[in-house]
Design a protein around this ligand. Sequence first.
Ligand code: NZQ
Ligand code: ZN
Length: 392
Amino acid sequence: MENFEYYTPTQVVFGKKSEEQVGGLIKETGCKKVLIHYGSGSVKKTGLLDRIISSLKEEGVSYVTLGGVVPNPRLSLVYEGIELCKKEKVDFILAVGGGSVIDSAKAIGYGVANEGDVWDFYEKTRTPNACLPIGVVLTISAAGSEMSNSSVITNEKGWLKRGCNSNYCRAKFAILNPELTMTLPEYQTMCGCVDIMMHTMERYFTKVTPMELTDKIAEDLIGVVMKNAKILLEDPKNYEARAEIMWAGSLSHNGLTGCGTEGGDWASHQLEHELGGMFDVAHGAGLAAIWGSWARYVVDEDPKRFAQFARNVMKCTNTGDDKADAMEGIREMETFYASIHMPISIGELGIEPTQAQYRELAEKCSFFGKRTIGVVKKLTKEDIYQIYKNAQ
Ligand code: NZQ
Ligand code: ZN
């Protein structure tokens, strides 16, 4: 077992009607003024925003609002949010939405609490020293940003999607009411399920000697998400299935499934982030489209690990032949993704990058040849290009 730190400072308030507690939770922090940050309209349509505002008013908490966050959240709105917060003397940000809204809130929080251009933190030329406190009312189980140390923003200049990780941005509280996810279209629910699975799979596939307890938590978490994704296909209003998936989403990305395994691979995420930045695809769908190609490209580095995944997660028969079982596991994973109506190729994402765009994706993903990605196999710009092409 590798040495590790496990830091999860976020207070989780889980269950039906839990959003009613939001005003009280914010009041407890002693903050003076809140920015309520939200997306492109679902929270207005469902009436959630009104309920949040009522709860704040009841507790005498003053607020301003800023909507308009889009999936693959944009830097320009982050700048707007920073200006607004400074002007209004905001000292707490409440994100009401999914990963995109939470990540935008975190970026605004960095921008207010630190000098200079917030994009520097995403380009990794500087590191943040603080962040405004963040609270979350989650409306989609997916990115895990409600408990993660991460924020991912897209800069419209060059369409670069980049992440910034630090403990400063960890949410003070996360309100998780599975009922709030019942208004999601099937596609978004399934994108979310893929993302949750992938946050654990990224940590599962590492070079490091595995850890029994973490492996078992990881394998079961993925299995529970698969089972409940299937239930939601038939019965989208099933509370128990929504609840299992919501809790899995937070645990999948708060570090638990990586304890003692030294970080994880994360190549599939890096590959997807470029697709999201350039082609604005939904994050979970992009991951499903690329994973099989990545897995086949790297499987020879560690067939034993892939075979364990095949047998314990995909329930493939143990033939005693690691490589054959590993390949069967990859096929089965893709079959599962297809069964929940997720794409398993870039073409199925509904985009057709040109040859030059495939090269551009590889350039951007490798930071123009300056970095490799992945741990199972360190992938160079040329490897990255091949994985994109094989996923075509
Ligand atoms: O904007 P609205 O109108 O709210 O619509 C959203 C959006 O179109 C809709 N939606 C959300 N909750 C809904 C709803 N529609 C109806 N009913 C509801 N209850 O769903 C769409 C997707 O929302 P989004 O926030 O983009 O989804 P997700 O949570 O998947 O977030 C994706 C973003 O998170 C990043 C991704 O790269 C992507 O930019 N990630 C962030 C991570 C982190 N910070 O730790 C880790 C992840 O790996 C990921 O990279
Ligand atoms: Zn993800």
